[in-house]
Ligand binder design. Structure first.
Ligand code: SAH
Ligand code: SF4
Ligand code: F3S
Length: 468
């Protein structure tokens, strides 16, 4: 229905005046577009969602096409030298985009920003702002100053900031599985690691805010949350009133249909209490990521890991005892300072003993400012580090394949995540053990649980058929 309405001249004039003032406002407060690119660990991805939230609240629009952006924010990682080199290369690539869009401003966020601070702007002339992981609330004010042509750096670390009440805006998720940050920082000071310097002291987030976020996600249709922290076992709220096992229990009680995962656990703090809570709740996933770093006691001491191989294997036994169907994954470093062939063989032995389902395997990279950089020598030749790493990778490939073969014939409950990358007629999802399972689509939908009998496997994936 169209309504014709007589408009008097004064009204017309006031409409015109109204539009004019709105137009002026729109020009002054034009919604600026932001594009965030994220590198590094899950914590960084979770942080990018916090940054999205902060900037959207301040009137910015997140765009998916970098060519539409007024601001490109690169959330960086500093864990190994190659992570930083990748960012340097990316900055160089972005120069041509900046030539096409002279209004484009680039900012560096995250751990590389924290590590290099102002130096980064001195070295990279196309960077307009540098923001450390605890300073994201300052972004709206900083961007205003950047618009006025001022380059900005904010890299103070905090002992309190957890962005607790900020609802992350999850733009790149699948709508089914989400990260929830439960603590920030790390003060374990493993001698090789830059994280205590880039992320600051450990601090935990209010458990009520964590549970509220999990409930909200469940109501929105999410079916899996991963509680995140550099060392989740040291989660401690209010002087220990709520520890990690209690927090897990609170989140697991949100709904039996909400899967709960967590990362990362430090072996020194993996308690029986946590394993008991896991055993009591089937919706807490049967998967523990327990970075070993090395199988040699001498190396573990030099790395300041606060456990030896016997302690680590004792924790593995405890996991097997409480959770017989639990998968175990790890991180390992090849070629740390002074590592001998014998130390390396001990790492291979550890892999055989534990029989990991998955491993993140790295060559040691010396990081400035760490204890290792100040007191130890990076004396394992690059080619030797590479050889040892390749040996670990090859062994782990065999172990993962053997483990997956043992799953053939078993039935697993799988949370459907989406269409398989290989074929649009197949769906994929994970079982409780965090293994990827692929099966025929039928009339099934992402977000649902389905039982799948495993019929075949590779080292990386299980294949199966849906059963009633
Ligand atoms: N907080 C987690 C790990 C964070 S970093 C934990 O302690 O388990 C992720 C992994 O990167 C580490 O577990 C380690 O295996 C690896 N890593 C850290 N510093 C490294 C370095 N300097 N060189 C190579 N790998 C490193
Ligand atoms: Fe780094 Fe060690 Fe802390 Fe993990 S526990 S983040 S390896 S210092
Ligand atoms: Fe990298 Fe920082 Fe995570 S150094 S691994 S992004 S905590």
């Amino acid at each position: 229905m169209i309504i014709h309405k007589k408009i008097s001249i004064p009204t017309l004039f006031s409409i015109f005046a109204f539009h004019l003032s709105n137009l002026q406002m729109a020009i002054e407060q034009r919604a600026y577009n932001i594009y965030i690119e994220t590198y590094g660990c899950q914590m960084n991805f979770a942080d990018s969602d916090v940054v999205n939230s902060i900037l959207q609240k301040a009137g910015y629009t997140s765009v998916e096409d970098i060519a539409q952006a007024d601001y490109v924010l690169i959330n960086t990682c500093a864990i190994r030298d190659n992570a930083e080199q990748r960012i340097r290369k990316r900055l160089h690539e972005l120069k041509s985009l900046q030539r096409q869009h002279p209004q484009l401003r680039i900012g560096i966020l995250g751990c590389m920003a924290e590590r290099l601070k102002n130096q980064l702007m001195e070295e990279e002339d196309n960077v307009s702002f540098v923001v450390g992981p605890d300073a994201y609330r300052k972004l709206p004010g900083m961007l205003e100053l950047v618009r006025k042509g001022l380059r900005q750096a904010e890299t103070d670390l905090s002992t309190e900031e957890t962005y607790s009440e900020i609802q992350p805006v999850r733009l790149n998720g699948n709508g089914i599985s989400a990260y929830i940050s439960i603590m920030r920082g790390c003060q374990n000071f493993c001698t090789y690691c830059v994280v205590p310097y880039t992320r600051g002291r450990e601090r935990s987030r209010d458990p009520q805010a964590i549970v509220a976020e999990a409930k909200m996600l469940f109501d929105e249709g999410y079916r899996e949350v991963t509680l995140l922290g550099q060392n989740v076992n040291s989660y401690r709220w209010n002087g220990g009133e709520v520890g990690f096992p209690q927090l897990m229990e609170m989140v697991a009680q949100v709904s039996p249909l909400l899967r709960v995962r967590f990362a990362t656990s430090h072996p020194k703090d993996l308690s029986d209490d946590l394993l008991k809570v896991m055993a009591a709740y089937p919706n807490i996933c049967r998967c523990i990521h327990l970075p070993v770093q090395s199988g040699s006691d001498r190396m573990l001491k030099l790395m300041n890991r606060h456990y030896d191989s016997a302690w680590y294997l004792n924790r593995i036994d405890a996991i097997r005892q409480y959770l017989p169907d639990c998968s175990i994954t790890t991180d390992v470093i090849a070629g740390f300072c002074t590592e001998t062939e014998e130390d390396h063989q001990m790492t291979l032995d550890m892999f055989r003993k534990v029989s990991y389902d998955y491993a993140f395997m790295f060559m040691f990279s010396m990081r400035p400012d760490t204890y290792a950089a100040k007191h130890l020598e990076d004396d394992v030749p690059e080619a030797e580090k590479k050889r040892r790493l390749e040996e670990i990778i090859a062994l782990q490939g065999e172990i993962a394949l053997q483990n997956n073969r043992k799953d053939v014939g078993k039935v697993f409950e799988v949370l459907i995540e989406g269409t398989s990358h290989r074929s649009k007629d197949q769906l994929c999802g994970r079982n409780s053990q965090n293994k990827m399972v692929v099966f025929d689509k039928g009339s099934l939908q992402p977000g649902n649980y389905v039982n799948v009998r495993i019929t075949d496997c590779t080292a990386a994936t299980l294949k199966g058929e849906v059963v009633e």
